[in-house]
Design a protein around this ligand. Structure first.
Ligand SMILES: Nc1nc2c(ncn2[C@@H]2O[C@H](COP(=O)(O)OP(=O)(O)OP(=O)(O)O)[C@@H](O)[C@H]2O)c(=O)[nH]1
Ligand SMILES: [Mg+2]
Length: 315
């Protein structure tokens, strides 16, 4: 935390706590949903398909007595290509840089192989950092099942706190935030109270387009797509012009994204446009292009070109 400046034109009480919380877990357990819910704003895209989040992403929660810097991370999984390796490395880096590790689990199902793998990863990398379990999706099972699963999850990693919650309904989320704050060290406010993330609208626009593609396509397509915003301009007070390129790995995938008579690209475009217009409070003109970058997910240079670049570690 020492490399962060504090906010000088705001004051906070003496008992103010702050720190970085790495939100980790298997793909699809609800990490991004939870962070969006805590912030009361969508900063990360959410879909029913695993491996939606691909990068580390900061979410800033501020109240009078504390500030929590959440890092949303890609789900920890066994990677099958370079993009997957990049995603897992991102999550592992976040885990090592945190003041608290928030391990999100799906308590509606029994512990899976993937959870055992994560227990080992956390044990290997946590150092002195405390761990808290967020037993999410509690809305999906009855009391008895929840209790049995909660006990099973707690045997994966002994002697840590655990909270039952539903990121979807919001049940238990306030209590979780309180609990997290109480586990953070006394510390200053690092970001202005009204700032909820570090990402810019250009990045969010690319992510929203990617979300609509994931929601509208099947099989390998969601995983083979990258989106880059080429132009983002406020044409006038009530019109934003956004031009973006959708990259796929093969010609057949390009055909699927465009669809019969351009059906699919139209649907993706209109869903993305509607959401971005709501976020920006202006009308949006969205210009989408589709290009093939052969096997980009297995190619370091192409991945870097698309912005999947590992940050240099200082130590
Ligand atoms: N019923 C229920 N569904 C939830 C809850 N939290 C998240 N979900 C759903 O679970 C799915 C995955 O949510 P995400 O927030 O994208 O999960 P994630 O852990 O960020 O996934 P990756 O980014 O792929 O690692 C979505 O369909 C969410 O709506 C919950 O508390 N209850
Ligand atoms: Mg996510």
């Amino acid at each position: 935390m020492s490399d962060l400046d504090t906010v000088f034109n705001e004051s906070w009480p003496e008992d103010h706590r702050s720190g970085v919380v790495a939100v980790v877990g298997r793909p699809n357990v609800g990490k991004s949903t939870l962070i969006n819910r805590i912030l009361g704003q969508k900063i990360a895209i959410v879909t029913p398909k695993p491996q939606t989040t691909r990068r580390q992403q900061l979410g800033i929660y501020t109240e009078e007595h504390g500030q929590i810097l959440f890092t949303d991370t890609p789900g920890l999984h066994k990677p099958h290509h370079k993009l997957g390796q990049y995603m897992v490395t991102m999550a592992e880096n976040a885990l090592q840089d945190a003041d608290l590790i928030l391990w999100v689990l799906d308590v509606s199902v029994e512990p899976q192989e993937g959870d055992k793998h994560i227990a080992a990863t956390v044990a290997r990398l946590q150092g002195d950092t405390p761990v808290l379990l967020a037993l999410n999706k509690a809305d999906l099972a009855d009391r008895k099942t929840l209790q049995a699963h909660a006990e099973a999850y707690q045997t994966l990693i002994p002697n840590v706190g655990a909270m039952l919650l539903s990121a979807l309904t919001g049940d238990g989320v306030d209590a979780l935030v309180k609990d997290i704050l109480s586990r953070l060290p006394l510390g200053p406010r690092y970001y202005p109270a009204d700032q909820v993330s570090e990402v810019n609208m250009r990045f969010i626009a690319a992510e929203v387009i990617r979300e609509k593609i994931i929601l509208n396509t099947e099989e390998e397509i969601p995983y083979s797509v990258a989106v880059e915003v080429d132009e983002f301009k406020e044409r006038s007070a009530d019109m934003t012009y956004i031009s973006a390129t959708i990259y796929v790995e093969r010609d057949t995938q390009k055909g699927i994204i465009i669809g019969k008579g351009g059906d699919m690209i139209k649907r993706i475009g209109s869903e993305a446009r509607a959401e971005l217009a709501g976020m920006l409070g202006t009308q949006v003109y969205l210009d989408l292009h589709v290009k093939v970058l052969k096997n980009w997910r297995s190619d370091d240079d192409l991945m870097r070109r698309l912005g999947y670049r590992l940050p240099k570690k200082e130590n």
